[in-house]
Design a protein. Structure first.
Length: 303
């Protein structure tokens, strides 16, 4: 056990001060102890270690070789412990917000706007959880979540931020000119990048094409990725055609990394929802974050 291998903390503090100051008397003054108490703590530490840490004379003390080596580690560890303690105290004394969302929303929408959110909450310590595990995003300490679904999370209030609209996207460098002539034939022959995800309610190519009454076999569907942000990065890199969710890929289309090779899209009953525990709206910082999100998507809807 770790406890059986460690000395008590007080003798370590006394040793660090005495080793730094090379004086039991000055260490006692710094620690507001008697010189006898410091001397006894260091003697107890030496007995527990089985080595001499100091050589003592009538007027001075000096570190032994073992003491000098031990001083380096003890001083560093005590400084780290003091810093970690200050960090914990600062977090407890400040406002904090735990905000969870799936990785797609975090990467494609929130990260480019993280500066704006932090400017909205300048004095708040923000902890962001990006996970495709709904249970992790709805953990007890999470005050605010944004998740994809149908709006039904028992025990939670869910406000729709935006509905689901999905359409093909590809890099401007990907050969897409033929899509203007016959978009169905072009898609059926294109390299389609599919999301291989355990979430049953996420759109894939077969569902999207079926929504447009297209049931022909796909010529090239050999690239599957289990992370939507990576699916989009693969499309940006020119590896094929991906399905893009409105709002999640809007920035990439606006800056020219992606384009919509066909105008067709598919809307469903799903969407992204702002979620918080029923009967527990969280603190004022959670309310500020919710209002900020509502404004963001209200403005987007108006545009």
């Amino acid at each position: 056990m770790l406890k059986s291998r460690l000395p008590p903390l007080d003798p370590l503090v006394a040793f660090e001060a005495a080793a730094r100051l090379l004086s039991f008397t000055r260490a006692a003054e710094e620690l507001h102890l008697s010189q006898a108490a410091v001397s006894q703590q260091i003697r107890n530490l030496e007995e527990s270690l089985g080595v001499r840490l100091f050589t003592r004379s009538h007027r001075a003390v000096q570190l032994t070789d073992e003491g000098r080596e031990y001083q380096h580690t003890v001083a560093a560890m005590l400084k780290q412990l003091a810093g970690a303690t200050m960090d914990v105290r600062q977090v407890r004394s400040s406002q904090s917000l735990v905000f969870a969302c799936d990785q797609s929303f975090a990467t494609q929408w929130l990260l480019p706007r993280l500066g704006a959110l932090r400017a909205e909450l300048p004095d708040v310590s923000l902890r962001l959880i990006a996970s495709d595990d709904d249970a992790e995003c709805l953990a007890r300490d999470v005050e605010l979540s944004v998740l994809h679904g149908d709006g039904n999370w028992p025990g939670y209030r869910a406000e729709r931020l935006f509905g689901e609209e999905v359409f093909p996207v590809c890099s401007p460098d990907y050969a897409h000119a033929a899509a203007a002539d016959d978009w169905v034939a072009w898609l059926l022959d294109a390299q389609l990048i599919d999301l291989a995800d355990s979430h049953w309610n996420w759109m894939n190519w077969r569902l999207w094409l079926g929504g447009h009454d297209i049931d022909e076999p796909l010529a090239s569907r050999r690239l599957q990725i289990n992370s939507y942000p990576l699916v989009i990065e693969a499309a940006c890199a020119g590896h094929g055609v991906a399905l893009g969710w409105r709002h999640l890929v809007d920035d990439l289309i606006a800056n020219g990394r992606l384009l919509r090779p066909v105008k067709q899209s598919l809307r469903t009953d799903f969407g992204y929802y702002l979620i918080y525990r029923d009967g527990d709206a969280g603190g004022p910082q959670a309310q500020q974050a919710r209002d900020w999100l509502r404004r963001q998507f209200g403005a987007s809807a108006a545009r």
